[in-house]
Design a protein around this ligand. Structure first.
Ligand SMILES: Cc1cc2nc3c(=O)[nH]c(=O)nc-3n(C[C@H](O)[C@H](O)[C@H](O)COP(=O)(O)O)c2cc1C
Ligand SMILES: O=C(O)C(=O)c1ccccc1
Length: 359
């Protein structure tokens, strides 16, 4: 087990980072109701262990869209890792590789796609927001293909970035020297122009994100890249069905870590109907509030193929760069391996709906 708990990494990160940066990383949208709701949904689910199963050789390894992982675990796309540590996404990539975890790189990463790929020893996916100007998106996709990224994750729960009261109050903008280096400054330059009452990120995203895209536009993207497509931010069986009909390869069931639609349902509550709707036609991934090895087990029992972890990775980065991220991911992995043994579930496939009960 890890020497420190995630809460300890969180406390150190909070103490170390400037308040507006901490608020940006940690905050949510609207009333911030979703920051606790995601955790409560997972806490309501309890495990039903089986006994006298041979667990002398537990195997947490999994595969996700053809990528071999040490466990069904990845890092969620998050903008600007350099806010947490100067090495930014390069450190995260090193640590994710060492832990055998997937890394999803945000379109608004603060290190270049190529530098991240050079540091990575595990699979990389690239996350995209759909921009009004499509050429910069396509250029990014070309670069991702060239650098060996293995899938595209289109975030579909953010036709605009939601109102986030902490960032508005702080007039949040990026500190000197940190920017979204993979896109032209005209696409996202959230620096130097913050003023009280408005977040530079919210303003830029309103200008740049295309809020008019529909299912019909997915075809346009598919014709332009051979990479598998994953949609992130699906919360209903209806949309899961549409995604499967459109040949999407994967779904991330997510409420964006409580940063988009306030009062949305927690992703864990939406997962069963999504799994049922896709009926095995695409991979299903859960994200939001994953903090324990037991959460990975619960997600698998609900029918997910894997989970993504968000903020804890930034806490690890802020604590001690790549080493901190390795410890955070390694700790989750160790916990999951222990849950396998104590659940009498020596293989990932042994986690079924009978493994949980809602309390
Ligand atoms: C600081 C921060 C930046 C984020 N940036 C992005 C992003 O660029 N693209 C995206 O699809 N999701 C983004 N997200 C959402 C995460 O991918 C993920 O859905 C969420 O953080 C998971 O919840 P957790 O932090 O509780 O684990 C961001 C989240 C945070 C905390
Ligand atoms: O997606 C987010 O949550 C987010 O914080 C963000 C960051 C940069 C640009 C757009 C959104």
């Amino acid at each position: 087990m890890a020497a420190l708990t995630l809460d300890e990494y969180r406390s150190v990160a909070k103490a170390r980072l400037p308040r507006p940066v901490w608020d940006f990383l940690e905050g949510g949208s609207g009333t911030e109701s979703m920051l606790t709701a995601g955790r409560e949904a997972l806490d309501r689910i309890r495990l039903r262990p089986r006994c006298l199963v041979d667990v002398s050789a537990c195997e947490p390894a999994a595969s996700l869209l053809g990528a071999a992982l040490a466990a069904p675990l990845g890092v969620a796309p998050m903008a600007y890792h350099q806010l947490a540590h100067p090495d930014g996404e390069v450190a995260t990539a090193r640590a994710a590789g060492a832990a055998g975890a997937l890394l999803t790189v945000s379109m608004f990463a603060s290190r270049s796609l190529e530098d991240i790929a050079a540091a990575a020893t595990g699979p990389l996916w690239l996350q995209l927001y759909w921009l009004r100007r499509r050429e910069p998106m396509l250029e990014l996709i070309r670069r991702a293909e060239g650098a060996g990224y293995r899938a595209l994750v289109l975030t579909v729960d953010a036709p605009r970035v939601a109102y986030r009261p902490r960032d508005a109050r702080n007039g949040f903008s990026l500190p000197e020297g940190i920017r979204a280096v993979n896109v032209d400054p005209s696409v996202m330059s959230a620096s130097h122009d913050g003023k009280a009452g408005e977040s530079a990120i919210a303003r830029h995203s309103k200008e740049q994100f295309d809020p008019s895209i529909t299912w019909a536009d997915l075809e346009w993207l598919r014709e332009r890249t051979p990479l598998p497509l994953v949609l992130k931010g699906v919360l209903t069986g209806e949309d899961a069905e549409l995604a499967a009909e459109h040949g999407v390869e994967g779904l991330v069931v997510s409420n964006h870590g409580g940063r988009q639609l306030d009062f949305a349902r927690p992703a864990a509550d939406a997962l069963p109907e999504v799994v049922k709707a896709v009926g095995g036609r695409c991979a299903v991934i859960l994200d939001g509030a994953i903090r324990h090895g037991a959460d990975v087990a619960k997600a698998l029992c609900l029918g997910a193929d894997a989970v993504l972890v968000g903020r804890p990775v930034l806490w690890g980065l802020a604590h001690s760069g790549a080493d901190g991220v390795s410890a955070v991911l390694g700790g989750l992995l160790d916990e999951f391996a222990e849950v396998m043994a104590l659940m009498g579930a020596p293989r990932v496939a042994d986690f079924k709906s009978s493994g949980i009960v809602h309390s």
